[in-house]
Ligand binder design. Structure first.
Ligand SMILES: C[S@@+](CC[C@H](N)C(=O)[O-])C[C@H]1O[C@@H](n2cnc3c(N)ncnc32)[C@H](O)[C@@H]1O
Length: 177
């Protein structure tokens, strides 16, 4: 993501639309917002983050995490973007304000349009083949040309050309048409 996908996306434009689908308690979109600060000023970053679960979304909006959940985050990000209180880490307002959380059901609700990057990880495993197939078609339609879909490490898309998607790297797909 950092060394290839984002530099490529930013080659043509700076203002990219990002959707973190099934974001659960916010770790994914917040980590991505932190990573994006290596490429853009914070005020140019907006990430739409959705999940079906209202409880998860309200935790995400709170942005309070245990030390353990931060163990894979670079130390520099922890120092820069968190405030430590007792044994909890609160995400800074400057990062929080860049992520817009809303409820969304991937099986039922309309999908975002004109996305340059969609992250949807570790949710498709729960869906039937039919639902997955419908979802991949919808993700295809949600992406801009050259847009990227990033899936989970156990969620490689079988025969992606069926959905007019092509792999650019393991777990990353773009539109083929
Ligand atoms: C295992 S978590 C993955 C969270 C995060 N993407 C990650 O990889 O760490 C699965 C998430 O999918 C959400 N989810 C399940 N069914 C969904 C649906 N139909 N639409 C949107 N989100 C859904 C759950 O609420 C949960 O937050």
């Amino acid at each position: 993501m950092e060394n290839e996908i984002l530099p490529n996306l930013f080659k043509n434009k700076k203002n990219i639309k990002i959707w973190s689908a099934a974001c659960s308690t916010g770790e994914e979109p917040y980590s991505l917002a932190m990573l994006l600060t290596k490429f853009l000023p914070l005020n140019m970053i907006t990430i739409i983050a959705t999940d079906i679960d209202k409880g998860a979304l309200s935790k995400a909006i709170q942005g309070i995490y245990s030390e353990k959940s931060l163990e894979n985050l670079p130390k520099a990000f922890i120092q820069k973007f968190f405030i430590k209180e007792n044994n909890q880490y609160m995400i800074s307002d400057e990062i929080k304000s860049r992520v817009k959380f809303r409820q969304h059901n991937l099986l039922k609700d309309p999908y975002e349009k004109n996305c340059d990057l969609i992250i949807c990880r570790n949710v498709m495993i729960y869906f039937t083949e039919e639902a997955k197939s419908e979802m991949y078609h919808k993700f295809h339609d949600s992406l801009n040309n050259n847009g990227i879909l990033f899936v989970g490490s156990t969620e490689q898309i079988i025969l992606p050309h069926r959905y007019k998607l092509k792999p650019v790297k393991t777990f990353f797909y773009t539109k083929s048409v």
